[in-house]
Design a protein around this ligand. Structure first.
Ligand code: GLU
Length: 390
């Protein structure tokens, strides 16, 4: 243990997704042929009108500070996005912009959690949720889910898990890493339970909303249970929808007190998000949205191919994800051979494919792949996985 580190930092592990991605990049730079299925990053090119807006911002000298929570123009575009795409009608005083959705979540949790508070997180979960909670000094309470249950929590499960210490419920639909997607009626059932517990705040991470493959529109808690909206923080962004991961722009909508608290923290952590990225995000939100339908269909086709190929490999099984671009692959039958899923992930890396072990997501005995990779590389990766597991 390094004595220089804070108690808070010692409580957390590095991000499993970014660690594996960094490793894959380093191996590639060293000349190895590695296909990375480890990070959730669309392979599509950022739309040209977005790139043009970024260039125009540079040429126009938009290279200075903006307001901490985003320029007035981007806040207006963000409010438009929440209303048009998620059905959440909020004034600009109830939206904020940060350096990726991750930063918004970090600030929201750090601004509200105290030691002893409990945070309910459906598991498997996205790697950063529990670590942020631990960094804040609060307790992670896992709500286990199963493939058979669609990786969704039930209202009964939620009711049993809530205690007087519960401060937040973290919901992610469509979810990373499982693709779990909550239909409206299940959100309303969760809302029934939440109504009885006014201290509980809800983080609804809707970053994958455009990538929903089930029939019907996207459902979100703030819309299904409008009376709960004053304690729901909804996260969205442009990274996944508009292939803009590197721009680092995330947006949030929620109660004015929480948005102000997040901006207070942001005023000391990073200040405003990158001004060039903000101009690009305005173009993303205000520009054409029709290509998103085509992108979603391409992801759906890949999903079906990938699920079929994975299920054909002895020892692997995966359900069909309802949303996002990940497969949570169960490899329990292979654990006797490999010992644990980290060893399995390293074995696959040796065979030229980077995946993230399920244990990084609060699961076990498996791994997550992202199928947001171009078709040829994806097919080659699947061939390599099959060959590595013979
Ligand atoms: N959210 C993406 C993933 O899970 C990007 C990496 C990260 O921030 O975790 O792969």
């Amino acid at each position: 243990m390094n004595d220089n580190l804070s108690i808070a930092l010692v409580r957390i592990a590095p991000s499993g997704t970014t660690a594996m991605t960094d490793r894959a990049i380093a191996l590639r730079e060293a000349g190895r042929d590695i296909i990375s299925l480890s990070v959730g990053e669309p392979d599509f090119a950022t739309p040209p009108h977005v790139v043009a807006a970024a260039k125009a911002a540079l040429d126009a000298g938009d290279t200075k500070y903006t307001a901490v929570g985003g320029s007035a123009r981007l806040k207006a575009a963000t409010a438009l996005h929440f209303a048009r795409d998620l059905g959440i009608e909020v004034p600009t005083s109830q939206v904020t912009v940060s350096a990726g959705g991750k930063q918004a979540i970090f600030h929201a949790l750090l601004a509200t959690l105290d030691p002893g508070d409990e945070v309910l997180i459906p598991a498997p979960w996205w790697v950063s949720y529990p670590e942020i909670v631990r960094f804040a000094g609060a307790e992670v309470v896992a709500l286990p889910t199963t493939a058979d249950g669609g990786f969704r929590i039930t209202a009964e499960q939620l009711a049993t898990a809530i205690t007087p210490q519960t401060r937040w419920l973290l919901l992610n639909s469509p979810g990373n890493p499982t693709g779990a997607t909550y239909p409206a009626e299940e959100l309303r059932a969760l809302g029934e339970v939440l109504r009885r517990h006014p201290r509980v705040l809800v983080l609804s991470d809707d970053i994958y909303a455009p990538l929903r493959y089930t029939p019907g529109g996207h459902a979100t808690l703030a819309v299904e249970c409008p009376d709960l909206a004053p304690r729901v923080l909804t996260i969205s962004g442009v990274s996944k929808s508009h292939a803009m991961t590197g721009f680092r722009i995330g947006v949030a909508a929620g109660p004015a007190w929480l948005i102000a608290a997040m901006e207070r923290l942001q005023s000391h952590s990073s200040g405003n998000p990158c001004s060039i990225s903000q101009a690009a995000a305005v173009a993303a939100f205000e520009g054409p949205q029709d290509f998103l339908v085509e992108w979603r269909e391409r992801f759906r086709t890949r999903r079906d191919r990938v699920v079929a190929a994975l299920n054909a490999i002895p020892g692997l099984s995966t359900p069909v994800p309802d949303g996002a671009f990940y497969c949570m692959v169960d490899a329990t039958p292979l654990m006797a051979r490999f010992g644990d899923d980290t060893a399995l992930a390293l074995h696959l890396l040796d065979h030229g494919v980077a995946v993230v072990a399920a244990s990084g997501f609060g699961g076990s005995g498996g791994f997550r792949i992202s199928f947001a990779t171009d078709d040829a590389r994806l097919d080659e990766a699947l061939r390599r996985i099959a060959a590595a597991l013979i």
